[in-house]
Ligand binder design. Sequence first.
Ligand code: NAG
Ligand code: NAG
Ligand code: NAG
Ligand code: NAG
Ligand code: NAG
Ligand code: NAG
Ligand code: NAG
Length: 290
Amino acid sequence: ASLLLHATMLHTQTVMEVQVPEQPMVALHGRDAILNCSFSHASSFNLSDLSVFWQLTDTKRSVHGYSEGHDQLTDQAESFANRTSLFPAQLGLGNASLLLRRVGVADEGSYTCFVRVQDYGSAALMLQVAAPYSKPVVTLEPESNLRPGDEVALTCLAYGGFPEAIVIWQDGGGRNLTDNITMSLVANEEGLFTMTSMLRVVLEPNSTYSCRLINQLLGEEGYASVTITGQNIAFPPVALWVTIGLAVCLLVLLIALAAVCRRKIKESCEEARREGREWEELWESRGSSA
Ligand SMILES: *[C@@H]1O[C@H](CO)[C@@H](O)[C@H](O)[C@H]1NC(C)=O
Ligand SMILES: *[C@@H]1O[C@H](CO)[C@@H](O)[C@H](O)[C@H]1NC(C)=O
Ligand SMILES: *[C@@H]1O[C@H](CO)[C@@H](O)[C@H](O)[C@H]1NC(C)=O
Ligand SMILES: *[C@@H]1O[C@H](CO)[C@@H](O)[C@H](O)[C@H]1NC(C)=O
Ligand SMILES: *[C@@H]1O[C@H](CO)[C@@H](O)[C@H](O)[C@H]1NC(C)=O
Ligand SMILES: *[C@@H]1O[C@H](CO)[C@@H](O)[C@H](O)[C@H]1NC(C)=O
Ligand SMILES: *[C@@H]1O[C@H](CO)[C@@H](O)[C@H](O)[C@H]1NC(C)=O
């Protein structure tokens, strides 16, 4: 049916005005989206004379077809099965918009809307998919026993978003930190990203590090920060020294005890051996006498 439609379109002479949004449209992952397409019609027409055909601009794969008053879905790409429809009541009013259900990352791309009544025309629109990231979380590695001058890794993590976000690290004074940042981007089976940005810094007391994550497509911004205070940075406190002291005392005590025990055991062993020898001698003397 689509081949026939293409052929007919190529041989038709006049051009109908078909309008789609000029700006890329942004659809939210998991939600439904309406891909607008409207066409001008001079006079009222019979719906059975209308053909609407949506296809992927790049691959020419069929997204949705309509002609002779019915949906024509035999050559529809499998990824769009059960997810598309037109608005039948709107077709006669010049509205050939496509409803696309449960938009996914894989749906991103250019879509062409072909319309034919007597004249024909087409126009392409761009669909972009967006998903909001989780609130970022900043963690510190190592987490404790930090000393000034130590190198630490700060990690900012956010997940479930699309597309790639911008991550900006700043210090307490609002200055951008641009050195020693490593980024990683991992997609899940739905194509949504987990973003990890790692900043390596040499620790200074009383410093704040903040991570700002921006999803430009949604104009969405997430923020998280850590402040390294005197509590994170500390030399072994008094309590630790006391603990170590006690432990050493206990160890010395145990060693002394062990030494005493060993001597005792050795003594009793020797005694037993002496007794044993006496018995042996006794037996030997008996045996020789027997
Ligand atoms: C689609 O068309 C309707 C009606 O003209 C308009 O309100 C809506 O903003 C359009 N949507 C997009 C994504 O252009
Ligand atoms: C087409 O019709 C649908 C359903 O009423 C509506 O949501 C959409 O905005 C319409 N699009 C245009 C371009 O009029
Ligand atoms: C629309 O076209 C069909 C098939 O050509 C015809 O049977 C029907 O009567 C037409 N309807 C109108 C309102 O012209
Ligand atoms: C579409 O829906 C039909 C009927 O509900 C079902 O048999 C078919 O498996 C569905 N196809 C997909 C790809 O979900
Ligand atoms: C930090 O970087 C962001 C993005 O690159 C920029 O918008 C901002 O003005 C910069 N701030 C400073 C203080 O340099
Ligand atoms: C970046 O890391 C390297 C090695 O980890 C370190 O020598 C260097 O000083 C760091 N640069 C900054 C600006 O922190
Ligand atoms: C760190 O901040 C605390 C409280 O704001 C302050 O009492 C302390 O003197 C500061 N230490 C340094 C080294 O700046």
